[in-house]
Design a protein around this ligand. Structure first.
Ligand code: AMP
Length: 464
């Protein structure tokens, strides 16, 4: 379902070229979606815009219309560039732009993505284009070989910017942006706003206006549940029951001590849950590895102390568990606030053995008395614990070997038996690289990386 406001205005209220408006009718777009209503007037005025919106919101048409309206068809130069994290998204975006452009003759849209042969792309580039839609890795390849001239770009769009950063495209983005004129309009769309995105918008945009489709960020998107337990021994059982019943994809269990963190994680792992602990006693390298697996969805449950969880730059946890109440009310708010961001509904489950000062304050903050709910029935203890969606492959090569995310993505998706959608975060350190792949294709992906070549070289690879 597309979000449309009740007062949703018609496209005809916008200063759009008539060929665009009349084509929208033929496409059955009667009213603007919320993100279109909020962003299009600004985009058409030439402002830099940050749009917080997910797939399904109508964001492609929002920037697509902005782009087509700005385009000077008679000037056959690359005037707009759309950057996407994956080939699939780039194909989708190009398709939508072509459909939106049906009413205007001779608009040339070219997609430049990794995982497909270079030859035809080189040919198409020689013929020229108005609009390029592509993935960062392949675009930098063309740029480095002097085949792509971005000096006439006056509109740059970053679609799913968070995904691009997740996939390790920061350096590629820097290179591409460096080749576009300073005097340009920049639009950035992202479902989430981690720190990296914030600092990126500060450096690449000029006085950006931020629009957000408000299904997000207010506390009502977090449901708080409370369970009064008879004694400490009941905590583990309560946690198991809730994990088996709610089956969150990513959950953090907060403990107050390092020792308890390790005990809880070990016990969950022994019972078959995908769970690991993170606390200050772990070596930095092990800590990084746990966080990496959790962030790339290869790990369902992270058991953490408050301090250790600070290193976690994740915007959308499904659930937070308070194994123990914290000693400080602020800490509770902070823990609970980690779930339910970016439009997703989050849940917080808090265990307590008796009411006191902290439960009082929590009650005040949510405007109701805390009441204990019943735990799920013991019958589900026999259920099989959820498995993570992704698996992590480690590759024995990194920045020192000049490996870039695009190289890994290319090695996995060439031949097309693996699609970009099945590949998650790619992280590259000095001598290692990690790529998350969908569990279903993990073996195939591993074999492809082990048996095939990445950048013409063989690298060792294995499942973490
Ligand atoms: P997107 O979020 O860009 O992936 O768009 C989601 C879907 O909504 C696509 O299939 C679009 O074709 C469709 N769409 C976008 N804008 C509108 C609109 N104003 N009215 C009806 N459908 C739309």
């Amino acid at each position: 379902m597309l979000s449309q406001s009740k007062t949703s205005s018609a496209f005809s209220s916008l200063p759009l070229k008539s060929e665009l408006t009349s084509n929208l009718e033929t496409m059955g777009y009667e009213k603007m979606t919320l993100i279109q209503e909020q962003s299009l007037p600004l985009i058409l005025k030439g402002e830099d815009v940050i749009g917080q919106a997910k797939t399904g919101s109508g964001k492609t048409a929002a920037f697509g219309l902005g782009l087509l309206n700005k385009l000077d068809v008679k000037r056959f130069r690359i005037q707009s560039l759309v950057l996407c994290p994956t080939r699939e998204l780039a194909d989708q975006v190009a398709k939508e732009i072509r459909t939106l452009a049906r009413g205007i003759h001779n608009i040339k849209v070219l997609t430049l993505c990794g995982g497909v042969p270079m030859g035809p792309q080189i040919g198409s580039l020689e013929h020229g284009a108005h609009i390029i839609v592509g993935t960062p890795g392949r675009l930098t390849d063309h740029l480095s070989r002097g085949r792509l001239d971005l000096s006439n770009v006056n509109l740059l769009i970053l679609d799913e910017a968070d995904r691009m950063l997740e996939m390790g495209f920061q350096d590629a983005l820097d290179q591409i942006l460096g080749e576009t004129p300073h005097q340009r309009q920049t639009l950035l769309f992202s479902a989430t706003f981690p720190k990296q995105i914030k600092s990126m918008t500060e450096s690449i945009m000029y006085a950006p206006k931020r629009v957000e489709v408000k299904e997000t960020h207010d506390n009502s998107s977090i449901e708080q549940h409370f369970y009064c337990l008879k004694n400490n021994d009941q905590r583990m059982q309560a946690l198991r029951l809730l994990l088996l019943d709610k089956r969150p994809e990513s959950a953090v269990v907060f403990c107050n001590t390092k020792r308890e963190t390790q005990q809880v994680a070990d016990e969950l792992a022994n019972l078959g849950f995908s769970a690991l602990a993170i606390h200050g006693d772990l070596e930095q390298r092990d800590r990084d590895r746990v966080l990496l697996q959790f962030a790339n969805k290869s790990l369902n449950v992270l058991v953490a102390t408050d301090v250790a969880a600070r290193g976690l730059d994740i915007d959308a946890l499904d659930a937070v568990f308070n194994y123990h109440l914290p000693f400080d009310f602020e800490v509770h708010t902070h823990r609970v606030g980690r779930t339910g961001r970016a439009g997703s509904k989050g849940s917080a489950y808090t265990f307590y053995t008796e009411k006191g000062y902290i439960t009082e304050l929590i009650g005040e903050s949510i405007g109701r008395q805390i009441t204990s709910e019943a735990l799920p029935s013991d019958n589900i203890l026999a259920d099989i614990p959820p498995v993570p969606e992704m698996k992590t492959i480690q590759i024995d090569g990194g920045k020192k070997q000049k490996l870039r995310p695009g190289d890994i993505l290319g090695a996995l998706t060439n031949g097309k038996e693996i699609s970009g959608d099945e590949i998650g975060k790619i992280q590259i350190s000095d001598i290692r690289a990690f790529v998350a792949v969908n569990r279903r294709i993990a073996k195939r992906a591993l074999n492809k990386l082990k048996d095939g070549k990445i950048k013409g070289r063989n690298f060792r690879a294995w499942l973490v």
